[in-house]
Design a binder for this molecule. Structure first.
Ligand code: CO
Ligand code: CO
Length: 246
């Protein structure tokens, strides 16, 4: 959506706070031995307190409140009380909610205990790629510019960008037009002031695309290599990105 009044901005700020708080509470609960089902319950409790609803459940009947994906799983992992985190894992927490008719979406990949040097570098490169894309998201920039800076960041750190996962518009729905490319796709459309976007590059050690898992939800890298994602919802403004989910 594109914001055109203060009420819309206030509502988006409220929705953003809920998902940011849920994400943070879940990050603090990450440790070896914790199950992804327990992490999901932590997020669910924050949503409940604010009267927010799980966006993927409302929109797609996703069988969880949040999406929790481990190692080569990029996105849409189903939380389970049988799935334990282990020391050395990378876990991605993707948290999105609807509050009073407005949607917000955020994600973070975190290390479980001590992880390999390559996993540590992948986390840092992906976090920076997400920041680069947000900083580039100024009025007048082209969508392809966002993809270009993500690609550049990935290349500099020796990683690859997942090409078939994109960011998206957000606000009145979880996934709105336009799609936000993670690579330079030649898309010449220009960003306008007030546009609300969820920016979420995925970087991987050696794969450039994800494939469907047989559970019907989980997306994993084509070659089984590690993947990471960071995501924020933001408003495009002349003063720079107004991050709703910080
Ligand atoms: Co998300
Ligand atoms: Co998203």
């Amino acid at each position: 959506m594109t914001i055109d009044n203060q009420e819309e901005l206030d509502a988006l700020i409220r929705a953003g706070r809920v998902v940011a708080e849920a994400r943070q509470a879940m990050v603090e609960a990450v440790s070896p031995g914790t199950t992804t089902g327990e992490l999901d319950a932590v997020g669910r409790e924050v949503f409940r307190r604010y009267g927010a609803r799980s966006a993927p459940r409302v929109t797609y009947r996703f069988p969880g409140t949040t999406c929790i994906s481990i190692n080569d799983e990029a996105a849409h992992g189903i939380p389970s009380l049988k799935r334990q985190l282990r020391e050395g894992d990378l876990v991605n927490l993707d948290v999105s909610a609807e509050l009073d008719g407005y949607y917000s979406d955020t994600g973070i990949s975190v290390a479980v205990g001590k992880v390999s040097p390559v996993a540590t570098r992948l986390l840092e490169a992906t976090r920076l790629a997400q920041q680069d894309a947000m900083t580039t998201a100024q009025p007048g920039a082209r969508f392809r510019d966002l993809g270009r800076v993500v690609e550049k960041r990935a290349r500099r750190h020796g990683f690859r960008v997942i090409k078939n996962l994109n960011g998206h518009g957000i606000g009145r729905g979880l996934h709105e037009e336009p799609s936000v490319p993670s690579v330079d796709d030649g898309h010449r459309m220009v960003l306008r002031e007030g546009l609300v976007l969820a920016i979420e590059p995925f970087l991987s050690v050696s794969s450039d695309h994800v494939i469907d898992d047989e559970d019907g939800w989980t997306l994993r890298t084509s070659d089984g290599s590690l993947v990471a994602q960071f995501e924020h919802s933001m408003v495009v403004t002349k003063e720079g990105p107004l991050v709703l989910t910080a």
